[in-house]
Design a protein around this ligand. Structure first.
Ligand code: ADP
Ligand code: MG
Ligand code: MG
Length: 250
């Protein structure tokens, strides 16, 4: 699904990623953890194709295709989904209407016709039922007055509707309450399949009480310095990141 090899990337001439290698296969859930400033969000943004970063070395292959030259939008159309850390409020545009537009824009870019209204409604019904989203929520203005949990619910609903091949959830460093954690975890667990892959970036070992990742990686100073299974996350929770630093410097 995703093959990142020896990735080096900078922003404003400061090198942030310093030789990062990561392989994600279809059907897998990967968690990326690491101290603040390690480069986790940078990695997410670069895979999604945000333009403020400069890739100086290395490759990013999505389903066998080098995607480096593709714009963010084109990557999204190929099935890369990045959750939004800072959701925008759009008064007057409902959760549902925003989604309809997004889906039809994607279809247009793929050379497809608009989704018939009946199919769209069916899909909205299916996905909202799967995620326990009620009708009232679907007709609210996008992100307006949303609680943390409701923002997450909306994001997960967007993910469900877009059916991405590769979903990257970059969790903010603060403010995720237990309700929001559960919503994210429930969404990931229900949406994972043999055909897609999920990368969850998190500060919180707690999230991994609800999502069981196949692999846990530690991103430290621009590189994946350690990979393991869920036990690694428990170890990090218990011991923090200093021992990793000592291991690297030893
Ligand atoms: P993490 O998500 O692991 O906390 P980030 O990827 O956000 O880390 O940031 C990694 C480093 O890159 C930090 O030192 C941060 O200050 C720097 N950085 C990130 N974005 C920018 C930016 N837009 N301009 C300048 N420096 C940035
Ligand atoms: Mg940070
Ligand atoms: Mg971050």
């Amino acid at each position: 699904m995703l093959e990142i090899k020896d990735l080096h990337a900078s922003i404003e001439d400061k090198e942030i990623l310093k030789g990062l290698t990561l392989n994600v296969k279809a059907g897998e859930v990967h968690a990326i953890m690491g101290p603040n400033g390690a480069g986790k969000s940078t990695l997410a943004n670069i895979v999604a194709g945000k333009e403020e970063y400069e890739v100086t070395k290395g490759t990013i292959i999505l389903e066998g295709e080098d995607i480096e030259e593709l714009a963010a939008e084109e990557r999204a159309h190929k099935g890369v989904f990045l959750s939004f850390q800072y959701p925008v409020e759009i008064p007057g545009v409902t959760v549902t209407n925003f989604m309809k537009t997004a889906i039809n824009e994607t279809r247009k870019a793929q050379g497809l016709e608009e989704m018939p209204a009946k199919d769209m409604l069916k899909k909205i019904r299916e996905k909202s039922e799967l995620l326990d989203i009620d009708r009232k929520f679907l007709s609210r203005s996008l992100n307006q007055g949303f609680s943390g949990g409701e923002k997450k619910r909306n994001e997960i609903f967007q993910m469900a509707m877009m059916e991405p091949k590769l979903a990257i959830l970059d969790e903010t460093d603060s403010g995720l309450d237990i309700d929001a954690l559960r919503i994210v975890a429930n969404g990931v667990n229900k949406l994972k399949s043999e055909d897609n892959a999920v990368i969850v970036i998190t500060h919180y070992q707690r999230l991994l009480d609800y999502i069981v990742p196949d692999f846990v990686h530690v991103l430290y100073d621009g590189k994946i310095v350690k990979s393991g299974t869920k036990e690694l996350a428990l170890e990090l929770e218990e011991k923090g990141y200093d021992w990793i630093k000592e291991e690297i410097n030893a």
